[in-house]
Design a protein around this ligand. Structure first.
Ligand code: UGA
Length: 431
C-alpha cells in the first residue's frame, strides 16, 4: 500500500517516518517547496530527538520521499493521511482552510478508491465536511472512505509516542476502511478503539482538555501549598499513587503552552457555544493558566526587590524541553513582562531561538549557559531541559552577581541549591 501524508509539519513527518519504519511506502506532500526540499536532503525543519536519523535512514531505504507536486502523489496513493495545521481563527475556532485545500486536491486528482484519514485535530463534524469537499471537487465520481484517526504524540517524544501509542482511535463507518487501518497499524502493539467519526474527533479534544485540566488543577493548588508550608511536588506524588488519578500531568509549573492545549481548549469553548453548552471548568482552566506565570512573577519580584535594572537569565524558552517550539510558551509572556519592568535579559535555550526582531540591547540570546549567568542577579527557569538539571551549579555560582534562582518548573533540587548558597524558589513550595 502506498501512503500519502499531506502536510509535513510535526505530526506529518513523524507519522510518515513511523509508517516507513513499519515497512510501508510513504510520500510526504507539502505545498511549501523549501520544506520538501530540506526534508528530501535529510534535514528536518524543526528540532525533535531521534527523527533526523530515521529520516536519513528511510530516504536511503527509499521508503520515504517528499514532493510539492500533488497530482501524481494523490494518484499513486491508496491511503491518504491529512496532517495539515488547524490553527485558531480570531474567534478561537479551528481554521479548516488547509483541510479544505487538501481535500479539494484529493477530489481533483483521485482516479480510484482511497481511504482518507484525518490526523489533524479538527472540530466535531469535520469528517462529514471533508467527504463533501472531496465529492464537490471530483470531476467524475470515485468512491472513497473517510476515517478519523486522531494523533496523540507529544513534541519532544514524538517518535516514541507514535511507535508506542496508548491507543489507536479509529472513527469510521466503513468495515473495509477499518480493515485497511488495522492492516496499516498491525505491527503496533496498542489497543484499537473503533467508534463513530464524531466520537473519535471528540476523544481528541476531550483528552487534551483533560490533561490541561490536570495541570491547571495542580497549578492552582501550588498557590495554596506555598501558604500552608506544603510542597506541591510531594502532594502530586502522593496523589499520583492512586491509580484512578495517575502520576502524569501533575507537575506544577508556570503553565502549559504549545500549539495544542491552548488552541484546542479555545476550539472546544467555541464549539460548546455553537451547540448551546457550557464548559465552565475549561474556562477556569484557561484562567488559571493565564494567571499562573504572573502570580509567580509577582512573588519573585518581591524576593528580588525589583526587576528594574536587574540582570535576569532566562533558561529554557521553548514551551517544554526537547523541542525548539516557542508557540504559546510562558517564557515569552515572562520576557515581555520583564522588558516592561526595565530588566536586562539574557536568554539561553539548548534548541529554541528567539525571533531576531525581538532581540535588542535589553534582550540578548546567548549560546552558552555561562554567558547567560555572567553577572546576573537572578535566574528564571522556564522549561526543564536536562541541560540545566545536569549543570555544575557549584561552579556556575561564582559567575553570578546575586544568587536568586526562580525555578518555574521545579526542575532543580531545591534543598541542594540552598545548601550551595542559592536563594532558591520553586513553584508551590514552602517559601
Ligand atoms: C499535547 C498532548 O500531550 C499530546 O497527547 C497531543 O497529541 C498534542 O498535545 C497535540 O494535540 O498535538 P504537547 O503539546 O506536544 O502534547 O506536549 P505536552 O507534553 O502535553 O505538554 C504541554 C504543556 O504542558 C507544556 O507546556 C508542558 O510544560 C506542560 N505540562 C505538562 C505541565 O506544565 N505539567 C505537566 O505535568 C505536564
Amino acid at each position: 500500500m502506498n501512503i500519502l501524508i499531506m502536510g509535513t509539519g510535526y505530526v506529518g513527518v513523524t507519522t510518515g517516518l513511523v509508517f516507513a519504519e513499519l515497512g510501508w511506502n510513504v510520500t510526504g506532500l507539502d505545498p511549501d517547496q523549501k520544506k520538501t526540499q530540506s526534508l528530501s536532503q535529510g534535514e528536518l525543519t524543526f528540532y525533535e530527538p531521534g527523527l533526523n536519523t530515521l529520516l536519513r535512514e528511510h530516504l536511503q531505504s527509499g521508503r520515504i520521499r517528499f514532493t510539492s507536486e500533488p497530482e501524481m502523489a494523490v494518484r499513486d496513493s491508496n491511503i491518504i493521511f491529512l496532517c495539515v495545521g488547524t490553527p485558531s481563527d480570531r474567534d478561537g475556532n479551528a481554521d479548516l482552510q488547509f483541510i479544505r485545500q487538501a481535500s479539494e486536491s484529493i477530489g481533483r486528482y483521485m482516479q480510484e478508491y482511497k481511504v482518507i484519514a484525518i490526523k489533524s485535530t479538527v472540530p466535531i463534524g469535520t469528517n462529514h465536511k471533508l467527504s463533501q469537499w472531496i465529492t464537490n471537487a471530483q470531476t467524475v465520481p470515485v468512491p472513497f472512505d473517510v476515517v478519523s484517526n486522531p494523533e496523540f504524540l507529544r513534541e519532544g517524544s514524538a517518535l516514541h509516542d507514535a511507535l508506542h501509542p496508548d491507543r489507536i482511535i479509529i472513527g469510521c463507518e466503513s468495515d473495509h476502511a477499518i480493515d485497511v487501518m488495522k492492516t496499516l497499524y498491525e505491527k503496533i502493539q496498542s489497543p484499537f478503539f473503533v467508534t463513530k467519526p464524531k466520537t473519535a474527533e471528540m476523544i481528541k479534544y476531550a483528552s487534551n482538555a483533560f490533561l490541561a485540566t490536570k495541570i491547571s488543577y495542580v497549578n492552582e493548588l501550588s498557590r495554596l501549598c506555598e501558604n500552608i508550608e506544603v510542597n506541591i511536588s510531594d502532594v502530586a506524588e502522593g496523589m499520583g499513587m492512586d491509580h484512578r488519578i495517575g502520576p502524569h500531568f501533575l507537575r506544577a509549573g508556570i503553565g502549559y503552552g504549545g500549539s495544542c492545549f491552548p488552541k484546542d481548549i479555545n476550539a472546544m469553548l467555541y464549539m460548546a457555544k455553537q451547540y448551546g453548552a457550557e464548559l465552565s471548568i475549561l474556562e477556569k482552566v484557561i484562567h488559571v493558566n493565564q494567571t499562573q506565570y504572573s502570580h509567580y512573577l509577582k512573588i519573585w519580584e518581591q524576593k528580588l526587590g525589583t526587576f528594574r535594572d536587574k540582570k535576569i537569565a532566562i533558561l529554557g524558552i521553548s514551551f517544554k524541553p526537547d523541542t525548539d517550539d516557542l508557540r504559546e510558551a510562558p517564557s515569552i509572556s515572562i520576557i515581555e513582562h520583564l522588558l516592561e519592568s526595565g530588566a536586562a535579559i539574557r536568554v539561553h535555550d539548548p534548541a529554541a531561538k528567539l525571533p531576531p526582531d525581538l532581540l535588542s540591547e535589553q534582550l540578548l540570546q546567548v549560546d552558552l549557559l555561562e554567558e547567560a549567568l555572567e553577572q546576573c542577579d537572578a535566574i528564571i527557569l522556564c522549561s526543564e531541559w536536562e541541560h540545566y538539571k545536569k549543570a555544575d551549579w557549584t561552579r556556575l555560582k561564582a559567575l553570578m552577581n546575586q544568587h536568586f534562582v526562580f525555578d518555574g518548573r521545579n526542575v532543580l533540587d531545591g534543598n541542594q541549591m540552598t545548601i550551595l548558597g542559592y536563594h532558591y524558589y520553586g513553584i508551590g513550595r514552602h517559601l
